[in-house]
Design a protein around this ligand. Sequence first.
Ligand SMILES: *[C@@H]1O[C@H](CO)[C@@H](O)[C@H](O)[C@H]1NC(C)=O
Ligand SMILES: *[C@@H]1O[C@H](CO)[C@@H](O)[C@H](O)[C@H]1NC(C)=O
Ligand SMILES: *[C@@H]1O[C@H](CO)[C@@H](O)[C@H](O)[C@H]1NC(C)=O
Ligand SMILES: *[C@@H]1O[C@H](CO)[C@@H](O)[C@H](O)[C@H]1NC(C)=O
Length: 555
Amino acid sequence: MISLLQFFLLPLLAFAAPSPLGWHFVQNGSTGVIPIEAIVVSPTLAILLDKVQNDPLQIDGHGAWGALWSFETNTATALRVVSDTWCGSGGFLSNGTMVSVAGNVPQTPYTTDGRMMIRLFEPCTDPSGASCPLIEDAQHLLLAQNRWYPSTLRVFDGSLMVVGGMHDIAHFYNVDPANSFEFFPSKDGGVPRPSAFLERTLPSNLFPRVFALPDGKIFMIANTQSIIYDIETNTETRLPDIPNGVRVSNPFDASATLLPLTPPHFTPEVLVCGGSTKNDSIPVEELSAQDPASDQCSRITLTPEGIKKGWIVERMLEGRVMSEMLLMPNGKIMIINGAQTGYGSSDSVMDRIPGEQSNADHPAFTPVLYTPDAPLGQRFSKEGMPTTDIARLYHSAVTLTPSGNIFIAGSNPMSNVDNTTKFHSEFRAEYLNPPYMSVERPILRDVPAIIPFNHAFSVTVEIPAGIRASSMKVALIDLGFSSHGFHSSSRLVFMDAVLSRDRKSITITSPPNNRVFPPGPAYIFLTVDDVTSVGAHVLVGDGGAPPVKDQGIPL
Ligand SMILES: *[C@@H]1O[C@H](CO)[C@@H](O)[C@H](O)[C@H]1NC(C)=O
Ligand SMILES: *[C@@H]1O[C@H](CO)[C@@H](O)[C@H](O)[C@H]1NC(C)=O
Ligand SMILES: *[C@@H]1O[C@H](CO)[C@@H](O)[C@H](O)[C@H]1NC(C)=O
Ligand SMILES: *[C@@H]1O[C@H](CO)[C@@H](O)[C@H](O)[C@H]1NC(C)=O
């Protein structure tokens, strides 16, 4: 006979046991530096970049301000960074080299001025990264002008476009603007291209949200405005403003993403969520960390008809500032991190907690999934989402990993390492594991290392017997570069794919050309009945150094 105690305990124990299925936060390891910027550089490694500060991870007798994070060991190894990368950005070139750009002025005798720096990390096949340096050359590898808080974007010819920023350190608003575009490798003899759009969107146009459209043109959002920029004719076309006066670039950081592109039309749609409706004429000293962030998402289809319709408004489950969006292999959008009140930047609003520098409060602890093709009003869901207790506010980073889970790190609204405040320097690394991380997954094998455009190729697959294979998606994903709530160059292009009758191989057709997917590194993920494989690392295009010629067939 079971006792009354057992009667009550049994079901409780059953619930308390960790469930293998579902979404889970898992803490593992310490980053040693604060990842203000993060980018996956190989199947096993991410580069984490911090400002120059007293980080616990050491190199050359001082705090490191960069690290290689190993997804295999969950440890950080110091990376030698010579110039200050504080609040820069970066991305890959068509030949697979990672480029980090911009930064700030030296804070210690150990660093050099990072504001004009271009840093290279060549393709690295060493799983530990020990033999792969960050290359800096203050004589020859330089931007045309100082930039702090710029965005970057890999474009159709495989070059990196660098957008906006400010020349020198400024307090919250952009009062010393670099209102221009430039490229690496440089175009126009290295002369930056002035932008009327960036002029119009002062003083809150930092880290503009920029996207490469499938025709090669560039869609940009800053402050409340949007444009399409044509690199080939150097012309800007003004598009509708974000409805209801919501400001979406730094320091009002909303998150934004290009939604997954699907064959045969690859119709581009952009979603921007959160930010703030506060007037940017208000001096920062009069803004409050308790000001509610916007819950507005605005979505636009970037075709002539879609532009005529303008932005369609929908509402998140809460307001968010400084959150980030990730493209998941099944085409859903993960909205994660950030706060429900306040602003980006730090140490500037009126009512900070005494001794603290966070401009934001009320961290958003529960991620949200957005389903782009669900009916309007039913797209946001927290169902089954776990809640963390680690605040990820200013100077945090997040990225999808090659394994298919989500790496989350950093947060430091303080101006130096400080472990004592409520919103302190955060070194704990965390993963958000989707349900497919705890079941038997499909496996991709024999994936070619280089994938030309408009090309059909066959790969071997292993699909677990328990999966019926009633639906299948093959996603080509650029994992992007995380900095300040924006995932530069992040992109998902679905590829047509046919499973063989014996379920042992798939024939995949790559994107039609280098405008639909700007040439460069990517991961291929196979999702069968909503169970996703580990990503296969590929280089899309001919692997040539930028600028590369148009490849494939026109859309
Ligand atoms: C802050 O915490 C980290 C992680 O626990 C530790 O390694 C570091 O030494 C601490 N730094 C300071 C200045 O207290
Ligand atoms: C943390 O990661 C390491 C390396 O992958 C692994 O061996 C260890 O079991 C993990 N610890 C936890 C608590 O998951
Ligand atoms: C913002 O404030 C300025 C200065 O007070 C004012 O001229 C402007 O109309 C305001 N803008 C909005 C959208 O309220
Ligand atoms: C890629 O191109 C850039 C720019 O020309 C160059 O600096 C870099 O070394 C190249 N990388 C490889 C792997 O060839």
